[in-house]
Design a protein around this ligand. Structure first.
Ligand code: DGJ
Length: 735
């Protein structure tokens, strides 16, 4: 039983394999947080909450004048509210018909249900396992109920939280801020770890001490964004990959979000996570519900590697759905960096033919195949194949690719619209724009108002028709701008604050319908690379293009940051040409492939123009990836060094500890190069392993036998690089 409840004292403990989460409905009726960390007994930690009279921290009226020690301003809370004496960042802020923003939530009752909850219209962990605790709170004055959900995956040390609000009054109430979770930690020297970036350089790790005051990351760009990812960690100061206490939070949502942390006057730490309150207000009429997105939350007492493992396992088994959940992505060729918009049938076939000879099994036709689309200034919205450019119908091109024994994939950017398009000419009101203002252009395009049912239905129908041909095995779902001018022509004035969230619900509706209807199609998410890399999108798209930056050396950092939450099998990664188109850097074909192998492997260059040597090497690479596909897909992933080190190393280890593959890329070569070592993870201490450096064809420079214990503790000496960016693969096989 993951959830234990002491009825008399109203103490709730959620135990997972290695963690305990505890809170209590106290005698004043508030839901008080008491503990989250390594697994403990059901001891009532409420006893350890200090009640002290602190000046300027108000006391609930019903407690009278005698007791000044109980204050919402210092209390550890499960779901904090604004305007009634808690002056920290709070989870809930409302506005009622009188204009007041205050709320107070008190405990009513609870329910424990087997299984995991479905959140209508939103992604959520699923599966035939788990248990859910639902605690009902009520603001009597507003008649507003809050159901706090804790969905528990015991074996994965994962708790997914969300809140459902129900308006039980006769008056409308507006939700102005409703975080998906609130977590109060009583003490500790913690760092806030977030992942920032920009287009072409996503998910750089930022680590700063949590000091007094408020820190926040988030997005109001309508997408989860390149700039900040909706995954954050709170970790004890000295936490490393292998030791230390750390918490991770991944919001299963693809729109505006905020993750805030505050260190209070009493040194406690509060973390909040949910929809960004700017550009959000939800009108909750009598009898209506509102569900927040779900946030996945986990703890590890043994450092970041274990925490990442909790998220990787949950994403692979309880987020990714459909036929592709357990299927490996085919090695693909994408024509984007090879041709951009400048292609015709002959060019596409040339690339496909060359790729086929190399062993590639999926040909992806990127942007430019529809409407009039010869540049990024036109054509978006006109999802009708351009038969002139394609030299025939899309079906005939698909058939031609299939006849070569390859699968065929197609790019879409359904959410966008060009002013220069038939769709815009017939439905200008479908694009976001504010009355009286010109909308900002992003990549010369506008965004369709997906908060509207007619737009959602139109797009679903358009795509359904194209996908119904049966020739399309893969869809790349792109989205190439941040959203502003969020104004819907069909919503009344007082509901304009709902547009951003309704947009995300509209997007999910289309994706849900299409993925359900075409389960055999592999959907890849994309937003100018990794601008919408989040758990929400992974619910529909088992993989996401990690970045438009395909430079192998930059990718080391991008994929490293991404891996803290997201498993490598979800990261789109391709070998592209050298010099790289984004950075101008030259890197060897081997380095490019080693880096792309830490993601869904593919090629994105004009393979019809390669030398014989390059073709021969690519053939060997593809063979190698196919031989190792089980390990790369199912293996446990470890970061062995960080991009701050002289080299970046990572490892895939099989669950039964019988084999592993260590990849190493050196940034630089130095004169009189010092030796580099790495300790190996995921091996069994009592077994003996053969360790050798492998080329694409097998054994290379060295081979020896070591025990698992030695690999773990003494580590291995790595080969010395002879050129900048040199990569090595080290194979570890149990005897
Ligand atoms: C941005 C994507 O990330 C690229 O891979 C490519 O599909 C372009 N869009 C096409 O416009």
């Amino acid at each position: 039983m993951a959830i234990t409840i002491q009825e008399e004292s109203k103490l709730f403990s959620i135990h997972t394999r290695t963690t305990t989460y505890q809170f209590k409905a106290d005698e004043n009726g508030y839901l008080v947080h008491t503990y989250y960390g390594s697994r403990i007994e059901d001891d009532d930690l409420y006893q350890q909450i200090p009640f002290v009279d602190r000046g300027f921290s108000p006391n609930p009226y019903e407690l009278g004048m005698e007791d000044r020690t109980y204050s919402m301003d210092t209390l550890m809370q499960e779901y904090s509210t604004y305007g009634t004496g808690d002056f920290r960042i709070t989870a809930l802020r409302v506005r009622n018909v009188c204009g007041s923003q205050a709320a107070t939530l008190k405990y009513v009752d609870y329910e424990v249900k087997p299984g995991l909850p479905v959140i209508p219209g939103l992604p959520a962990i699923y599966g035939n396992e788990g248990e859910t605790l639902i605690v009902r709170l009520l603001d009597e004055c507003l008649g507003l109920e809050a159901y706090i959900y804790y969905a528990v995956l015991e074996d994965k040390d994962m708790i997914a939280r969300s809140v459902r609000f129900v308006n039980q009054s006769n008056e409308t109430v507006w939700l102005e801020k409703c975080a998906s979770m609130c977590l109060d930690l009583p003490y500790g020297a913690y760092d806030f770890i977030t992942f920032y970036g920009r287009h072409n350089m996503e998910r750089n790790l930022s680590r700063s001490p949590i000091e007094h005051g408020i820190s926040e990351v988030g997005s109001v760009r309508g997408t989860s964004s390149h700039q900040y990812n909706p995954y954050a960690m709170i970790a004890e100061k000295y936490t490393t990959e292998e030791m230390g206490r750390c918490y991770g939070f991944a919001l299963a949502y693809s729109g505006d979000f905020a993750m805030e942390v505050e260190k209070s006057q009493t040194d406690s730490i509060r973390f909040l996570c949910g929809i960004h309150p700017d550009e959000f207000t939800w009108r909750l009429d009598p009898g209506k519900n509102f569900d927040t997105p779900q946030v996945l939350m986990s703890f590890s007492g043994n450092g970041f590697a274990e925490l990442s493992y909790h998220f990787h396992q949950t994403i692979c088994e309880n987020i990714i759905r459909g036929e592709w959940k357990n299927k490996k992505s085919p090695v693909l060729i994408n024509n984007w960096e090879a041709t951009f918009f400048d292609f015709d049938k002959e060019k596409l076939i040339q690339i496909a033919d060359a790729a086929k000879k190399l062993g590639v099994s999926l040909f992806v036709l990127d942007d430019g195949w529809f409407g009039k689309r010869d540049s990024d200034r036109e054509g978006l919205g006109d999802w009708f194949p351009n038969v002139n450019k394609l030299g025939g119908t899309l079906d005939s091109l698909g058939q031609c690719i299939e006849d070569k024994g390859m699968k065929f994939g197609l790019w879409f950017e359904p959410e966008a619209i060009s002013e220069e398009s038939e769709l815009f000419r017939s439905h200008p009101d479908w694009a976001f724009s504010i009355p009286g203002r010109n909308p900002a252009l992003g990549r010369s395009q506008l965004i369709l108002d997906l908060s509207r049912d007619d737009v959602v239905d139109y797009l679903t129908e358009r795509l359904r028709e194209i996908l119904s041909s049966g020739k399309i095995s893969y869809v790349k779902w792109d989205m190439n701008r941040s959203i502003c001018d969020k104004y819907s022509r069909v919503l009344p004035v007082e509901q304009q604050g709902e547009v951003a969230h309704r947009y995300v619900l509209g997007l999910y509706r289309i994706l849900e319908r299409l993925t359900e209807e075409f389960p055999e199609i592999l959907f890849e998410g994309c937003s100018g690379g990794g601008g919408r890399f989040d758990v929400g999108m992974l619910y529909y798209c088992p993989q996401i293009w990690c970045s438009d930056n395909t430079d192998a050396i930059n990718r080391l950092k991008i994929q490293y940051g991404t891996s803290f939450c997201y498993p490598p099998r979800t990261m789109g990664a391709h070998v592209s040409e050298s010099p790289n188109q984004q950075t101008g850097r030259r890197s060897s074909l081997k380095t490019r492939a080693v880096v792309a192998m830490a993601g869904t492997f593919g090629y994105e260059l004009d393979v019809s123009r390669l030398s014989n040597e390059e073709c021969a090497e690519i053939q060997r690479q593809v063979e190698f990836v196919k031989n190792y596909e089980n390990l790369l897909f199912h293996g446990r992933y470890y970061r062995l060094s960080s991009p701050e080190d002289r080299f970046v190393a990572w490892e895939f280890a099989s669950a039964d500890k019988s084999e592993a593959l260590v990849s190493v890329v050196y940034y630089d070569v130095e004169g009189n190069q010092p030796p580099s070592y790495t300790r190996v993870r995921g091996v069994s201490p009592d077994r003996r392993y053969r360790v050798y450096e492998t080329g694409w064809n097998g054994e290379n420079s060295f081979s020896y036998v070591l025990s698992g214990k030695t690999l773990e503790h003494a580590g291995i000496l790595l080969p010395t690089p002879t050129y900048e960016g040199e990569a090595f693969l080290i194979r570890i096989e149990a005897l």
